[in-house]
Design a protein around this ligand. Sequence first.
Ligand code: AG3
Length: 281
Amino acid sequence: MAEWLRDPGGEGFAHVYRIDEVLFDERSAYQHVRVVRTPLFGRMLVLDEAVQTTDSDEFIYHEMLAHLPLVTHPNPRSLLIIGGGDGGLLEEGLKHPLERAVMVEIDRMVVDATLRFIPEIPGDAFADPRTDLRVEDGFAYVRQTDLRFDVALVDSTDPHGPSVPLFGAQFYGDLHRVLADDGVLAAQSGSPLYQRDLIAQVRRNMGQHFPIVRTYVATVPTYPGVLWSFTLGSKRYDPVEIGRDQIASRVERFGLRYYTADQHHAALNPPPFLRYVTAGD
Ligand code: AG3
């Protein structure tokens, strides 16, 4: 009898996947870490019950969380990533001409399991001389560090356990402190279908510190409900005002598969039934 993985979405619905092979299955100090093979989506990183990324669609989430904010800044030199242990976001970020990228991931097991079983997701990102990987609590790191960054990206799990503070006003205030005067922040902010309250909370909390707050959407086939949201907080630059030619010239050599100038603006201008996520923008 085949084993199935059930990723619960909102009340009364879930995505289910047949597991053809379990490649890794251990419990860290923080969570249940699995890498499994599924028929349609290939290898999947699963934390507790939630699908984090798969080798077939990781590019969508990682391109959208990396490039839209990085392109919003005219000349990012330094990047901070909180979470993101699979390294897919780091790999996208490093496509830009950065001087350094600090990634702070709380759970070494996530990094190790990905490197061992889905190495295509991080590629060479962890070996890049610009990368400084720190295995520690990102919330505490942002409180203490003296470093300053042009762009900060929060690649967290859903808000439970150690990631709960990563959706709070205090954390966004601390990120505001570590960002340059024209710094840009972006975070994954959950499902527009069943985490509407979470999106509203993230927008409110970021808005306490950042004058510009924009929520944008993308379709990630392996997250429950498929539609996903990201919220950007910015001190000076507004992603809505970035011109198409400017976007194209910044990313054309990257060979991207989802993020383009058209997708940048489409993501910030969702169809009418989703406008509630951007209400007030
Ligand atoms: N982090 C956000 C995953 C949220 C998915 N939620 C779910 N499947 N219920 C993704 C990490 C990718 N680097």
